[in-house]
Every structure is written in structure tokens, then in C-alpha cells.
Write a protein that binds this ligand. Structure first.
Ligand code: NDP
Length: 468
């Protein structure tokens, strides 16, 4: 058996695996990580495929939320990305191994089951599907034209971009997400319109009340967005159709944010497991077993109704316990002895300080702020990755460690700077940043390449290698 090598963070490097896993968990939201915590503590040494771009981002929907106020144990609320960081740290602490990539294929037609990720085949006796659900789009005729030029699926990621400052903005949807995002956007826009297709909000009473009491938000009832318009560079308005009278009207807004629900990520198991009319996995009532023995579902992929972080976590626990029982009942589990009976404490994450004259280091791999950017841009002879982030942007949170890993692998031959676009607005305007995360690669004062959103490490690595 080839030994699995793990980095200190538990992330598997590209090694050949010729062993059969006990349990592979696909998905890294609250369901996936909770399943991993339980399975790891049962000495099953689970392998968790986090997902990367397919079906959202690692960490799931909580990565694009601000304050989670209803997860028990956090009386003052907790930021969604921070909650997911904690779940991940807890799963790793107990010995979960991660593959930070998308699952490319899942073959449930043979046992052990086969999952392909990062180009290699992984065999597993049992599988927990915790792939969640992806944000829906309206598919307006001009959607592609104005995507990232006014239209966004993530207010929390893109709200702080300069183009939205003191402008009228619109959020479409009437659920908790829409209400949360409308409230969040009042920090940046001059006024926010909440476009609701019916005559009531579906959101929980606490969220709905907050919206209705906010003078900076106007609810446009019985309204459907039918088109967006604007110049080549940015959207400047939307057309609404009244759902009762059919009449059309224009609303001049510079931003349109979608919060219109989700579709379950079941593409990889389509035709192999029973799904309902909307594509959600069907499980035994109140239980995690899918239509195929040894395959379990957890979280939003099988839940069209409750869809809460806490219900996802609860179902992840059920799935892991059910998988453990099934594996031991059939004598399939090969349990591992954890190295330490009591694993070490996780501790707090260190934050990068903003560089200034006193602490700027011309050779540091990673620094933060406008001072470091100006110094490195003018003086550094090395390729320079600049990542533009905003404080509550979950995808930024996912991307930063990936970029740091690329720079570490390059051993100092390239450097990185993080710019918080809220703290350094002028720089964001100058750089033409229209959403976060945005990454720009500079070499000898020339912009070489730009990426928007979360991308694989290999893309950054190849672009830098080409310059070296
Ligand atoms: P929901 O499915 O709850 O709401 C979707 C909203 O979008 C509905 O109001 C729906 O309208 C509207 N909609 C759907 N399709 C269209 C369309 N084509 N045109 C216009 N409007 C449309 O999704 P959410 O993302 O808001 O919430 C998902 C889950 O996550 C929920 O369980 C929610 O409670 C939870 N959540 C909790 C949060 C918190 O507690 N902090 C924050 C965010 C989400 P209609 O009502 O007419 O069907």
C-alpha cells in the first residue's frame, strides 16, 4: 500500500493511491465537514473531496453569507466563512484527509465505488454525497453582457466594488438570502430595491421585518426582472414587468444581485440514484440512505425544505453514523489508529498585518496593503500576484491560501500582495476591479493576466512559470 502523504493542513499531495477507502465524502459545506468529523472520530480516516468550482465553492453556501445568527453556540452570530473554517479545522484535527479539487466523475455501478478527482481514481466502500446546491440565475437576454458589469450572483462578494458605491442597486428574490443581501448592500449603495415576484416575502419573520423597517430598502412587489440595459462598460438599468397587470417599467440601477434560490448538485450521480422532480436526491424518510446501499446523502443535495446550516450539519452526522454502522455490519471498514489519541488544539489563525514603512519586507512572499503594492510594483524584479479582496468575501477566503501555496511552491521566485478594496478604494478604482476576488499578475510593471473569481492553483502557477 502506498502511504498517503499529507501536508500539515491535511491536504493530500498528488500521490498514487492503490488502496480502497472506507468512506469518501464529496462536498465541504456544513454537511460534508460534520460527516467528516464523525467519521474521523470513528477511526475511518475519511477522504473528503472539497469541490472547487463545480457547484459553488469549497465551504458551500455559508462562504457567501455574512453573519450566521441562528447556528447554536454562537450567541452573537458568526461570519459564514469563519464558521466553515472552524468546521474544516475540526475535521482536519481528527484526521480527515482532503482532496481540494472537484470530483470529476462518480461511478456507483460497481463496488467498491469509483470517484475521479484530480485525474486519479479513488475507490471507496461507502460514499456520502454532500454536494449542496448551486445559485440559480434569471437568464436575462443581456445577462452575459452585464455579468460582472452590474449583474452578480453574490452581493457579499461584489457589493464593496467601487462601481456600486452610492448608486441605486437591486436584489431579486424574496427569501432569506435576498433579505440579507439587500440589508448588506445598504452599506454601499444609495438605495436598494428588493424585487419580489409575488406579494409576500418568503424569508423568516426576523429577516423580513428588518427589510421592511429599513428606510434604505424599497420592496418592488409583484415585479419580475425581464431585461437589463446599459453601456458597453456597465449596466445602468433594469426593466420590470408587473406580474399582475403585465405593465413594464424601467428602474435605473447600477447593480442587480440574484438571490433566487438554488438547484441541487446531482449531475455526477444523475441516472445512478433516485432523484425527485426537482433533482434532489431521494433518501429513506428521515434517514440518510439513498436508493443505493452504501451511498448516503447529507445537506441541501437531498433537502428541498429545511436547507439550514444546522440541518445540513445534523444530516452530515446521521450520514456518517449510518455509513459507519453499514461498513462495520458488512465487515468492510479498515479502521486506522490515529497517531495521537488526543490531537493537538487547532489554535487561532494568524492574520497578515498591513505593511507600512516600518514593517515592509522587500523579500516577503505575501504582504498586504497599498504601501507594499507600490513598493513591489516599482522595485521588485519578480512576478507579482495582486489579489483584490473584500472583508466578508468567502471566495476570497478560499482563494488566498491557494495563492499562498503557489508562492510557497515557487520558493520566493514570485511575490503576492493583498488589497482590501474597502480599505484601498482608490487602488481598486485604478485597477478597474469589478468584483472580488480579482487577481492580477504583474511583471516588470506590466499587467500580464487577470482572473476573476476562484480558479485552480495550476492556472496561476502556469502563468507565473511562463514569465520565469
Ligand atoms: P429560497 O428558495 O428560500 O428563496 C428564493 C426566492 O427567490 C423566493 O422568494 C422565490 O420567490 C424567488 N425566486 C425564485 N425564482 C425566481 C425567479 N425566476 N424570479 C424571481 N424570483 C424568484 O432561497 P434562499 O437562497 O433565500 O434561501 C435558501 C435557504 O437558506 C433557506 O432555507 C433560507 O432560510 C436559508 N438562508 C438562511 C439565512 C440565515 O438564516 N442567515 C441566510 C440565507 C439563506 P417565491 O417566494 O415567489 O417562490
Amino acid at each position: 500500500m502506498t502511504e498517503l502523504s499529507a501536508t500539515p493542513e491535511g491536504v493530500l499531495s498528488n500521490v498514487e493511491v492503490d488502496t480502497v477507502e472506507n468512506l469518501v465524502i464529496v462536498g465541504s459545506g456544513p454537511a460534508g465537514y460534520t460527516a467528516a468529523i464523525y467519521a474521523a472520530r470513528a477511526n475511518l480516516s475519511p477522504l473528503l473531496i472539497t469541490g472547487f468550482q463545480d457547484g459553488g465553492i469549497p465551504g458551500g453556501q455559508l462562504m457567501t453569507t455574512t453573519h450566521v445568527e441562528n447556528f447554536p453556540g454562537f450567541p452573537d452570530g458568526i461570519l459564514g466563512p469563519e464558521l466553515m473554517d472552524r468546521c474544516k479545522a475540526q475535521a482536519l484535527r481528527w484526521g480527515t484527509r482532503l482532496v481540494e479539487a472537484d470530483a470529476e466523475a462518480i461511478d456507483l455501478s460497481q463496488r467498491p465505488f469509483r470517484i475521479t478527482a484530480e485525474g486519479r481514481n479513488i475507490e471507496s466502500q461507502a460514499v456520502i454525497l454532500a454536494t449542496g446546491a448551486s445559485a440559480n440565475r434569471l437568464h436575462l437576454p443581456s445577462e452575459e453582457r452585464f455579468w460582472s458589469r452590474g449583474i452578480s450572483a453574490c452581493a457579499i462578494c461584489d457589493g464593496a466594488t467601487p462601481q456600486f458605491r452610492n448608486e441605486e442597486l437591486a436584489v431579486v428574490g424574496g427569501g432569506d438570502s435576498a433579505c440579507e443581501e439587500a440589508g448588506y448592500l445598504t452599506k454601499y449603495g444609495s438605495h436598494v430595491h428588493l424585487i419580489v415576484r409575488g406579494d409576500k416575502l418568503r424569508a423568516s419573520a426576523a429577516m423580513a421585518d428588518r427589510v421592511l423597517a429599513n428606510p434604505s430598502i424599497t420592496v418592488q412587489w409583484n415585479s419580475q426582472v425581464v431585461e437589463a440595459s446599459g453601456s458597453d462598460t456597465w449596466m445602468s438599468g433594469i426593466t420590470l414587468r408587473d406580474t399582475s397587470s403585465g405593465a413594464s417599467r424601467d428602474l435605473p440601477v447600477r447593480g442587480l444581485f440574484y438571490a433566487i434560490g438554488h438547484t441541487p448538485n446531482t449531475r455526477l450521480v444523475c441516472g445512478q440514484l433516485e432523484v425527485d422532480a426537482k433533482g434532489y436526491l431521494i433518501t429513506r424518510p428521515g434517514r440518510p440512505e439513498t436508493s443505493l446501499e452504501g451511498v448516503y446523502a447529507a445537506g441541501d443535495v437531498a433537502d428541498a425544505e429545511w436547507r439550514q446550516g444546522i440541518t445540513a450539519a445534523g444530516s452530515g452526522c446521521q450520514a456518517a453514523l449510518a455509513a459507519e454502522r453499514w461498513l462495520s455490519h458488512h465487515g468492510l471498514a479498515v479502521t486506522v489508529q490515529r497517531e495521537a489519541v488526543e490531537p493537538g488544539a487547532v489554535g487561532e489563525q494568524r492574520r497578515t498585518a498591513v505593511s507600512d514603512e516600518a514593517n515592509f519586507d522587500p523579500d516577503a512572499l505575501w504582504q498586504k496593503g497599498g504601501y507594499a503594492l507600490r513598493k513591489l510594483y516599482h522595485d521588485s524584479k519578480r512576478p507579482l500576484l495582486v489579489v483584490y479582496t473584500s472583508p466578508s468575501c468567502g471566495p476570497c477566503h478560499v482563494l488566498k491560501p491557494q495563492l499562498k501555496r503557489v508562492l510557497e511552491e515557487l520558493g520566493g521566485r514570485a511575490q503576492g500582495v493583498e488589497i482590501d478594496i474597502e480599505a484601498d478604494q482608490d487602488i481598486a478604482v485604478q485597477a478597474g476591479v469589478s468584483g472580488t476576488p480579482t487577481v492580477q499578475l504583474f511583471f516588470r510593471k506590466e499587467l500580464q493576466q487577470q482572473w476573476k473569481g476562484v480558479k485552480q492553483r495550476s492556472e496561476f502557477r502556469q502563468a507565473i512559470d511562463a514569465l520565469l
